[in-house]
Design a protein around this ligand. Structure first.
Ligand SMILES: Nc1ncnc2c1ncn2[C@@H]1O[C@H](COP(=O)(O)OP(=O)(O)OP(=O)(O)O)[C@@H](O)[C@H]1O
Ligand SMILES: [Mg+2]
Length: 305
């Protein structure tokens, strides 16, 4: 089931005399349990799109559907949405984690006792129980970010919007937040995630949508996109010395000997020929040389495809 359906939404801003087309006819879907990485350079329109989905700003054209309901016409649809926007704006800095969770729980329609119970569970799960009575402003950035995510799911939403959830986190906190995102998706929630850390997007997402200057330029399953951009280039790593004869025969099938230990070759047929030539040298690994999401992203936004 599509938890989120965005159809042709557009938004422009006026600044002085000029009109900025922030988002142009963007369409997106996210299914339950799916992580969609929503990627694009600075100023591409990601946050504007997320704000329209979260019901914070109204699109000029098009519509948003959350579990089939338009939040701009029926705000109760927003009960199914949780969001962590840029810069932790979903927390009160003078309140403690416990108070934030209880406050936002009630705001999102839980009773006081439901909110308290759920807060205790989330504090435990996000390893914040010890800090439950410390004002948010005195927590570390990683703890604040975990709390922001916990607060966004206090009311058990179907859709979670995360705008740069790992910004400014250290290596360990990034790992923790990544694991939490994965877990939250496994619970069946749909997640829309923006990040400039493309390795994280590659690791976490089932699909990617790339936006540039307000327009979607690619939308595909992550692995499919990577396959599509990866040629049939293989790298063979070996142990031991290549003989003169092996070098000559490898050159004849257009293999490149990159160092004494690494041979690279194009095409599956040539790969098997090369393996025959290398026999009986021990193999360390044979690997298909894949494009990374970073390379693909750069090609797409530089218009090289
Ligand atoms: N309130 C506003 N008034 C005028 N222009 C705006 C406003 N908000 C956004 N914009 C413009 O809309 C465009 C898209 O901005 P947006 O914040 O959606 O980009 P983004 O993809 O989130 O970028 P980043 O990666 O830097 O967060 C930019 O040109 C931005 O300057
Ligand atoms: Mg942004």
């Amino acid at each position: 089931m599509n938890v989120l359906e965005v159809e042709n939404i557009s938004k422009h801003y006026r600044q002085g005399g000029t009109r900025i087309e922030a988002v142009r006819s963007v369409s997106l879907t996210v299914r339950e349990g799916e992580v969609l990485a929503f990627l694009g350079p600075n100023g591409a329109g990601k946050t504007t799109t997320i704000k329209m989905i979260a019901g914070l700003i109204e699109p000029h054209t098009g519509q948003v559907g959350i579990a089939g309901i338009n939040p701009h016409r029926h705000p109760q649809a927003l009960r199914k949405v949780g969001a962590v926007l840029e810069g932790n704006r979903n927390l009160y800095w003078r309140l403690t984690p416990e108070e934030n969770l209880a406050y936002f729980g009630v705001l999102k329609g839980l009773t006081r006792s439901q909110a308290k119970r759920r807060a205790a569970t989330l504090l435990e799960r996000f390893e914040l129980t010890e800090k439950r009575k410390t004002a948010v402003q005195n927590l570390s950035r990683g703890m604040q970010q975990k709390l922001a995510i916990a607060t966004a799911i206090i009311h058990d939403p179907l859709l979670l919007l995360l705008d740069e959830p790992t910004l400014g986190l250290d290596v360990e906190a990034t790992q923790t937040v990544k694991a939490l995102i994965r877990e939250i998706a496994q619970e069946g929630r749909a997640i829309l995630l923006t990040t400039h850390q493309l390795d994280i997007a590659e690791e976490l997402s089932d699909r990617v949508a790339i936006i540039q200057k307000g327009e979607i330029v690619a939308q595909a399953p992550t692995q499919e996109l990577i396959r599509q951009f990866s040629g049939t280039h293989y790298v063979i790593e070996i142990e031991g010395e290549l003989t003169f004869e092996q070098r000559e025969t490898l050159a004849a099938i257009e293999a490149t000997i990159e160092s004494d230990r690494v041979v690279s070759i194009r095409g599956t047929e040539a790969l098997y020929q090369a393996l025959g030539i290398l026999k009986p040298l021990p193999l360390v690994r044979v690997k298909r040389d894949q494009s990374s999401l970073t390379e693909i992203f750069l090609k797409l936004v530089r218009n090289e495809v």
